[in-house]
Design a protein around this ligand. Structure first.
Ligand code: DC
Length: 223
């Protein structure tokens, strides 16, 4: 049994390029919460696997590698940061090869266990807005504040292309939704928002409104 999170957790899940990172970051800023990007944590492990020349399709080899890695998560400017064996791979996280390796690497149960523990430790000392694929369903099933941000496949492909990244998002979504451990899914009690026709502010506004309905005071305005 996991210990309940000590602080408030707003879980934001959704498929690739649904706009959840921009929304989660802006929401965290507005609420004065810490922003945790769990996808970046999986990307960092994928980068590490590639950097060490380990076959990212070999789950046993990936498990062996992460068992001996020093994974350190902390905060920088109110946002999550991960270092592995003393290296911060932030500038490599959007590399094409990381895009290719991250779904297989994130399907390895031991990787999910290790990173899941780090995610929960953020919430032991901070109120957090955390984005990912299984934050509401697996990492913080107890939080009452769960959102699932979606957008049409066309809009998502356009958004990713506009960021200038080569990323097979349809393939990643298929892999992330069909894996055995903690697949991408809509948690039963999540509030679903289709962001296809909405701006970031529009989505954040809907979330804040929903939190208010759930009994939150209006957050103090932050500019
Ligand atoms: O959010 P993102 O596209 O940067 O995430 C990269 C990959 O990490 C995604 O394809 C699946 C994995 N991931 C995951 O399995 N669970 C999470 N909570 C977050 C990301």
């Amino acid at each position: 049994m996991m210990a309940p999170a000590a602080q408030r957790v707003v879980a934001i899940d959704g498929p690739a390029a649904s706009g959840k990172s921009s929304v989660a970051r802006e929401l965290a800023r507005k609420l004065g919460f810490v922003y945790v990007n769990s996808g970046a944590m999986y990307r960092a492990i994928a980068w590490f696997v590639l950097d060490r020349g380990t076959d990212f399709h070999d789950a046993a080899a990936v498990t062996r590698l992460v068992e001996t890695a020093r994974i350190e998560c902390d905060l920088e400017g109110g946002e999550s940061r991960i270092q592995i064996d003393g290296v911060d791979p932030a500038s490599h996280l959007r590399d094409v090869r990381v895009n290719e390796a991250v779904s297989p690497v994130s399907s390895v149960p031991r990787v999910r266990e290790l990173l899941g523990a780090q995610m929960r430790s953020y919430a032991s000392s901070h109120d957090v807005v955390m984005e990912g694929r299984d934050i509401g369903s697996v990492v913080f099933p107890e939080t009452p504040y769960k959102f699932y941000i979606d957008a049409s496949p066309e809009v998502r492909a356009k958004r990713r292309a506009a960021q200038g990244h080569a990323d097979q998002i349809a393939m990643r979504d298929q892999a992330d939704s069909s894996r055995k451990t903690a697949p991408l899914m809509i948690a039963e009690d999540a509030h679903v928002i289709d962001s296809s026709q909405l701006s970031i502010e529009g989505v954040v506004g809907q979330i804040v409104e929903r939190l208010r309905v759930q009994g939150w005071e209006a957050p103090p305005p932050r500019v």
